[in-house]
Design a protein around this ligand. Structure first.
Ligand code: B12
Ligand code: SF4
Length: 481
C-alpha cells in the first residue's frame, strides 16, 4: 500500500529524521511502498536569510509559541511552503499519510491543508508531541488528524497500514487515540514497548538527500556529514525533573553490540558516511553492551566515528575509555546537571560529584571530547549548592570541549515535579506551569532561577572564552566536508 511519511520543523538540520527512516524501513520490509519527505530541511533551505536563524538551537523556543507562528512564521513562510508540500504529496497519490509532529504548529497546519486537498486520505500523526504523558492536551484526534499514535510507532504504523489495507477503513489499533461517533476521544491503551530492539530493521535513509544537512551558522547551512542512529530506548535512571524517560517509556533496552555494528557498517558503506550521532537518552545504560559494540568495531577494524549522550558512571574507567576511543567514540555529552552532592541526591541522579569528577577525567584522558549540561534552581538548591556546581565546572574546564549548556529547572509535563508538585514543595503557575513555579517558602522563583542562569552562563562565557553559542554544545567538532 502506498504511504507518504513527512517530518516538519522543528528538528535538527544536522541529519535526516530517524523516526521516518525507522518507520519506512519497517513498512518496506513488509512490502509497502513508502515515500518520505523531510519538510524540516526543505523549509530551512527555502527560509531565506531572515528566517534561517530559527533553526539555530538557541532559537528553538520560538517554535513552541503559537502566537509567533500564527503572526510571523505562518504568513511569512509556511503558507507558501505548505502549498508546495501539499502538491508534492498529492503527486504521490498516497492511500495514507503519516506526519511526525512536535511542539511546533507546522504539523497541524500541514494536516489542515492536506485535508482540504485530499479529503479522503486518512492522516495519522505520531511523534513526541503525541505522547500520552500530555494526556491528549498536546495532540488530539480532530477533523484533520484521524488517528494519533502515542509512543513507539514501529509496529503500530504497520498494524494501521495493514488493517486499513485489509478492511478499507482506519482501525484504532492498540496505542492510538481516535474520536468516536459521539466526538469523544478514546484511547486504545498503551502498546508494550519493543523489548528486543535487534528485531528492528536498519533505518532506511534512502529517501533523503544527505548533501542538504548541516549546521546553521550565520544564516547559512554548513554541510556536515553525519547520520543519526538509535542504539537504545528508555533510561536506567529515574531523575525527578526528567520528562524524556517517560516519553521513551518502558524499561531500558539496548541493541546488542553485534547488531549496532552491523547496522553502522551497512550505513557507512551505503552512504560513504562514517560519523554517527546516537539519538537516544543514554548510550551507556548497559555498559556491557556498549563495550561489546566497541570490541566488535575495533576487531572489524572499521573506521567509524560516533558520539552521543551518556550518563555519568563509575564504570567509565580510563581503560574502557581507551577501548571506546579506539572503536570510534569521539565525543560524549553528559547530563551532569549539578555538582552538589545534596542536589544530585534530591534529583535522583544516582552519582555524586566524586564519581562525576573521575568519570570526566577518565573519558577526557582516553582522548574523547566532553560537553556537559547543567540545571540551575532545582527546588531545594541553595546558593552554596549553586556555587559548588560553578566551582566544579571551573576546576574541570580543561576537560571540557565546549561551553556548558545551562538551563533553568523546568517542571515539564510528564516529570515528577509536574505530577507531584506538593512532594517537592513547589507551586506551579497554571498559566505557565513548566517554567513558572515557586517553592512554598517563596525563595526559589522563576526570576531568581533566570538570574542564576545568567550569572552561571556569563561566568562560563568568560572562563571558556568562547562566543556564546548553543550549537557548539550539540555538535562538537563536526566532520565538515
Ligand atoms: C536526540 C534529541 C535531539 C537531538 C536531535 C533530534 C532531532 N531529530 O532533531 C538534538 C540534540 C539536536 C535535539 C534538538 C532539539 N530538540 Co530534541 N530531543 C531528542 C530526544 C532525546 C530523542 C529524539 C529522537 O531522535 N528519538 C528517536 C526517534 C526514533 O524517536 P521519535 O522521533 O520519538 O519517533 C518514534 C515515535 O515518536 C513514533 N513516531 C515518530 N514520528 C511518527 C510519525 C508517525 C506517522 C507515526 C505513526 C509514529 C511516529 O515512532 C518512532 C519510532 O518508534 C527527544 C526526547 C525523547 N525522549 O524522545 C528530544 C525532543 C524530541 N527534543 C525536543 C526539543 C524541544 C528540541 C529542540 C526544539 C530544543 C530547543 N532548542 O528548544 C531542539 C531542535 C531545534 C534544533 N534546531 O536543533 C522535544 C520535543 C517536544 C515535543 N513535544 O515535540 C523532545 C521530545 C524533548 C522533550 N522532553 O521535550 N533533540
Ligand atoms: S539520566 Fe538523563 S535521560 Fe535518564 S532519567 Fe536522568 S535526566 Fe532523564
Amino acid at each position: 500500500m502506498k504511504v507518504v511519511l513527512c517530518s516538519v520543523p522543528i528538528l535538527t538540520t544536522q541529519f535526516p529524521p530517524i523516526s521516518l527512516a525507522i518507520l519506512s524501513s519497517e513498512l518496506r520490509s513488509r512490502g509497502h511502498s513508502v515515500k518520505c519527505f523531510d519538510f524540516n530541511i526543505d523549509a530551512c533551505h527555502k527560509a531565506g536569510k531572515h528566517f534561517t536563524k530559527y533553526w539555530e538551537y538557541q532559537n528553538g523556543g520560538y517554535w513552541h509559541d503559537a502566537n509567533h507562528y500564527n503572526n510571523v512564521l505562518r504568513p511569512e513562510l509556511f503558507n507558501r511552503l505548505i502549498s508546495e508540500w501539499v502538491e508534492l504529496i498529492s503527486k504521490e497519490e498516497p492511500l495514507l499519510i503519516g506526519i511526525s509532529i512536535n511542539n511546533s504548529q507546522v504539523g497541524t497546519h500541514l494536516a489542515q491543508a492536506l485535508k482540504h486537498r485530499l479529503p479522503h486520505v486518512p492522516i495519522v500523526a505520531g511523534g513526541p508531541q503525541c505522547s500520552i504523558i500530555y494526556k491528549h492536551a498536546a495532540a488530539r484526534p480532530s477533523s484533520w488528524f484521524d488517528l494519533i499514535v502515542s509512543g513507539e510507532g514501529d509496529y503500530t504504523l504497520v498494524d494501521i497500514v495493514e488493517s486499513f489495507e485489509a478492511q478499507g477503513k482506519l482501525v484504532p489499533v492498540i496505542g492510538t487515540s481516535y474520536k468516536d461517533k459521539h466526538g469523544q476521544i478514546k484511547y486504545t491503551g498503551n502498546r508494550p514497548p519493543v523489548i528486543h530492539l535487534d528485531s528492528l530493521h536498519c533505518p532506511d535513509f534512502s529517501d533523503f538527500d544527505l548533501n542538504l544537512y548541516g549546521d546553521v551558522v550565520n544564516d547559512k547551512i554548513i554541510h556536515v556529514k553525519m547520520l543519526p542512529y538509535q542504539t537504545s530506548r528508555g533510561c536506567v535512571a529515574t531523575c525527578h525533573f526528567c520528562a524524556d524517560r517517560h516519553l521513551q517509556e518502558g524499561v531500558f533496552r539496548q541493541k546488542t553490540g553485534k547488531k549496532i555494528a552491523e547496522d553502522l557498517i551497512y550505513l557507512k558503506n551505503q552512504f560513504n558516511n562514517y560519523d554517527f550521532c546516537f539519538v537516544e537518552l543514554i548510550s551507556n545504560g548497559n555498559h556491557r553492551k556498549l563495550m561489546e559494540l566497541a570490541k566488535v568495531l575495533y576487531e572489524e577494524k572499521e573506521t567509524i566515528s560516533f558520539w552521543g549522550h551518556m550518563r555519568i558512571s563509575s564504570k567509565l574507567t580510563l581503560e574502557d575509555g581507551i577501548v571506546l576511543r579506539k572503536s570510534g567514540l569521539r565525543h560524549v555529552t553528559f547530563g551532569l546537571e549539578s555538582a552538589s552532592d545534596s542536589v544530585l541526591k534530591k534529583m535522583r541522579k544516582g552519582y555524586n560529584s566524586k564519581i562525576a569528577s573521575n568519570c570526566i577525567k577518565n573519558v577526557h584522558n582516553a582522548g574523547i571530547t566532553i560537553s556537559i549540561n547543567i540545571i540551575v534552581g532545582y527546588p531545594d538548591e541553595t546558593i552554596f549548592n549553586f556555587l559548588e556546581t560553578l566551582w566544579f565546572v571551573i576546576r574541570h574546564r580543561r576537560y571540557l570541549t565546549s561551553i556548558p549548556s545551562v538551563c533553568d529547572c523546568n517542571a515539564s509535563p510528564g516529570t515528577d515535579l509536574f505530577n507531584e508538585p506538593d512532594k517537592f514543595g513547589i507551586i506551579l503557575n497554571p498559566n505557565n506551569p513548566s517554567v513558572d513555579w515557586i517553592t512554598k517558602d517563596g525563595k526559589n522563583t522563576l526570576k531568581r532561577r533566570l538570574v542564576l542562569k545568567k550569572i552561571m552562563s556569563l561566568v562560563f562565557y568568560h572562563i571558556f572564552n568562547l562566543k556564546f553559542s548553543g550549537a557548539r554544545v550539540f555538535n562538537p567538532n563536526p566532520l565538515r566536508v
